[in-house]
Design a protein around this ligand. Structure first.
Ligand code: SAM
Ligand code: DTB
Ligand code: SF4
Length: 315
């Protein structure tokens, strides 16, 4: 599938047919019992020069988020060790930068990547726009994946972000692929976009030279002070349909049920896994916004009959 017409035809299938098709792909290419748990850490918080209308960390908006400079490598090591002990197999680090500046701070991030890889976890970072040289240095440090979301369709993008262009995002994705790093790229639902906008984002992803290794699907976490603070929640069936289409379009990818789980029922999350999602962020906080706690996730995994995450690993 490469065109909007093809994506839309699948998206509009009767829901049981769509779910069954996604399940067939899921069974063929992935293991339903392997739901990856990723830990997320904000290594540099707030004060970002970009004006992304959804983001609590943009300096353009007056939000309740406190600014924090780049963490030390030792502090990150401690968090990564805790995450590993709690059963994470991937450790994702996010920085509120437009793009990283070469120098001591970027070198520190390279050290953080080496620390996470040294703990035998996958390492992912999201630092904004990268040069080819920065991507190469991250690859040399052992980075597994780079998260850089297209967020929405090309046509809707300027309604949400004006301080950079859609093509800037695509340039970074190309630099990341060229350096041999896996691409983690997806978007946000619930920003006022249409269902076609969401599918057009998938068309962009499907037409990349290398398809993404992982596709995060975030539901907007509305943050006080941002232009999208009053946005209504995403329709549940639209979310499930989109996840099923992601599974069919990107059969080998991790489809990540990312931000927004704290507002979803257990049943909706289970529907998302049945539609093909196979990864979550766990822990009470995403970067700045809340996420379900350990008990809620233990209940969720128990209800599905999957290994339950505990502080000592998996039971
Ligand atoms: N500054 C870097 C960038 O934008 O590429 C990295 C950090 S940024 C916070 C990472 C991603 O988080 C964004 O691309 C966006 O998709 C997601 N995100 C940010 N705020 C969000 C929100 N309020 N709700 C859902 N997803 C959000
Ligand atoms: C992604 O797609 N979702 C994560 C991760 N990549 C970096 C971030 C979600 C952020 C949710 C809002 C917040 O915590 O501020
Ligand atoms: Fe900055 Fe990233 Fe937030 Fe945009 S999404 S304001 S680039 S931290």
């Amino acid at each position: 599938m490469k065109t909007l017409t093809e994506f839309r035809a699948v998206y509009d299938l009767p829901l049981p047919e769509l779910m069954l098709r996604a399940a067939e792909v899921h069974r063929q290419y992935r293991n339903y019992a392997d739901v990856q748990r990723c830990a997320l850490l904000s290594i540099k918080t707030g004060g970002c020069p970009e004006d992304c209308g959804y983001c609590s960390q943009s300096a353009h908006y007056d939000t309740p988020v406190d600014r924090h400079p780049l963490m030390t490598v030792d502090a990150v090591r401690e968090k990564a060790e805790q995450a590993k002990a709690a059963g994470a197999t991937r450790f994702c680090m996010g920085a509120a930068w437009r793009s990283p500046k070469d120098g001591p701070e970027f070198d520190r991030v390279l050290d953080m990547v080496r620390v996470v890889r040294g703990l035998d976890m996958e390492a992912c970072v999201t630092l904004g726009m990268l040069s080819e040289d920065q991507a190469r240095r991250l690859a040399e440090a052992g980075l597994t994946a780079y998260n850089h979301n297209l967020d929405t369709s090309r046509r809707f993008y300027p309604e949400i972000v004006t301080t950079r262009k859609y093509d800037d995002r695509l340039d970074t994705l190309r630099a990341v692929s060229k350096a041999g790093i896996s691409v983690c790229c997806g978007g946000i639902l619930g920003m006022g976009e249409t269902e076609d906008d969401r599918l057009m984002m998938f068309v962009e992803l499907a037409n990349l030279e290398t398809p993404p290794e992982s596709v995060p699907i975030n539901c907007l976490m509305p943050s006080t002070g941002t232009p999208l603070q009053m946005a209504p929640p995403v329709d549940s069936v639209e979310l499930v349909r989109l996840i099923a289409v992601a599974r069919i379009a990107f059969p080998k990818a991790r489809v990540r049920l990312s931000a927004g789980r704290d507002r979803m029922s257990r049943e909706l999350q289970i529907l998302c896994f049945l539609a093909g999602a196979d990864s979550v962020f766990f822990g009470e906080k995403l970067l700045t916004a809340p996420n379900p706690d350990e008990t809620a996730d233990a209940n969720l995994f128990r209800a599905m009959g999957l290994p339950v995450p505990t502080a000592a690993g998996c039971a």
